[in-house]
Design a binder for this molecule. Structure first.
Ligand code: SF4
Length: 433
């Protein structure tokens, strides 16, 4: 992992919903002492899928996404009835809300009046300088940040020749997407100038595309040129099945290189998956401390000894609601990798012949038939969680070294050893030697 890129920092929220900071590391422009800000953890955003003017449904959706872990929720406000609805929605939610504004700058002004916590403007469709200045001044008066979100699809001049692009074109000539990157950068520079002229710096930038490679190239170039925090995303990533790969390829690559301060994974699906997968990406890269279970499971193979797919799903659902400490739980299909994973997990099960051997921090606690695996595993996880909460156990501690019952010599045929109460180590033998 590369160190996080230092940026200016923006803050959104209010005392009622709390404050979320984005980016950091550079001096705070609002602080006269000019002390460097502490970089905020990378935050996870999503966007509601329903109509904002459907007040009750919108409130339910925002609260569901917040409960799932969203740090920030964005809503679309295409019509006046949507910004009017915000006045009723905001008091019923407890997470910073961003109004996503396209085409009509009045929606931004109305959303600011309604009390949203941030505005997103698209330079591709709100271009009138006077209108942009009106929005800037409204946000400035209330200390609200603005995201400038350039989308590949909404840059209408993408085929035009621009003066600045000629210079930029030379810079990007060796890149596959040089022409598009040049337009994106030119558009941002032009738009940012309006903000700087108004002495407005509470800015976040995004430059999304549906192409993961363009996203990586665009954010890499932007990160070299501007010191504002970056909102990462692959736009129109498609259904979850392919969108996951696209998003993780682009966002994961950038985050590994220290680029990115807030993320949205976008799918054509229930936005709850965007939140869950965004958080998982950050947990996986060690950019956020995990909340709840870290579930490790094998992909299964011809050595499988129980119905592992069903077991994993059942374990995931059962633990998701009950375990709040970042406990590592391993569910493995046989003894080949079971002992190794069990050793690194707080609670683990690996399957034998229609049975499961359960370990807690390396200590064997049960050997149960298949139907009893789920209830016993859940009971052990809950008991272990209570111990952690009482300070009697520590997560990630290994008390006993697990001795693999059958390390290599008899793959898939060590049932007798699995079922015996004391597994005995077998000397490592490799066939043909
Ligand atoms: S743990 Fe066993 S069943 Fe699971 S993938 Fe590995 S060898 Fe196959």
């Amino acid at each position: 992992m590369f160190p996080r890129r230092p940026t200016k920092q923006i803050t959104l929220g209010d005392p009622r919903v709390g404050f979320v900071k984005i980016g950091g590391g550079l001096p705070d422009p609002h602080n006269r002492a000019g002390n460097p800000t502490t970089p905020a953890p990378v935050s996870v955003q999503t966007m509601t899928a329903g109509y904002t003017h459907d007040i009750d449904a919108c409130v339910r959706e925002i609260n569901k996404l917040h409960a799932a872990g969203a740090d920030i929720v964005r809503v679309a406000v295409p019509e006046k009835k949507d910004t009017e609805a915000l006045r009723h929605i905001l008091p019923q939610t407890k997470v910073p809300i961003v109004a996503d504004v396209h085409f009509h700058f009045q929606r931004a002004l109305e959303a600011v009046e309604a009390g949203v916590h941030k505005i997103r403007l698209n330079p591709g469709n709100i271009q009138d300088r006077a209108q942009v200045i009106e929005v800037i001044n409204a946000c400035k008066a209330r200390n609200l940040p603005i995201r400038i979100g350039v989308n590949e699809g909404s840059i209408i001049e993408r085929r035009d020749k621009q003066k600045r692009m000629k210079e930029l074109g030379a810079v990007f000539s060796d890149q596959k997407h040089g022409h598009l990157l040049a337009i994106m950068i030119a558009k941002l520079e032009e738009y940012l100038d309006i903000f700087y002229e108004q002495d407005f710096h509470d800015i976040c930038i995004s430059a999304k595309s549906m192409d993961a490679a363009i996203v990586v190239d665009a954010y890499t170039e932007i990160s070299k040129r501007f010191d504002h925090p970056l909102h990462l995303g692959v736009t129109h990533a498609g259904p979850k099945e392919t969108g996951t790969i696209r998003s993780v390829a682009a966002l994961g690559g950038l985050l590994i290189h220290g680029i990115g301060d807030t993320i949205r994974i976008s799918y054509a699906n229930d936005p709850i998956y965007e939140v869950q997968d965004g958080l998982e990406l950050l947990y996986s890269l060690g950019l956020r401390p995990r909340v709840g279970v870290d579930l490790i499971a094998c992909p299964t193979c011809g050595r499988i000894q129980v119905d592992l797919f069903t077991l994993i799903q059942d374990v995931r659902k059962a633990l998701a609601e009950k375990i709040t400490v970042p406990m590592k739980v391993a569910v493995m299909g046989c003894i080949v990798n079971g002992p190794g994973e069990a050793e690194g997990a707080d609670v683990a099960v690996f399957a034998g012949d229609r049975r499961g051997i359960i370990y807690v921090q390396g200590e064997k606690v049960a050997n149960v038939p298949e139907p009893e695996i789920l209830p016993r595993l859940l009971a052990e996880c809950l008991a272990f969680q209570e111990k952690v909460q009482r300070g009697e156990a520590k997560l990630g501690e290994k008390k006993v070294e697990i001795i693999p019952p059958d390390p290599l010599g008899e793959l898939g045929s060590g049932y007798a050893k699995i079922n015996s109460s004391t597994p005995t180590p077998t000397p490592l033998t490799v066939q043909g030697r």
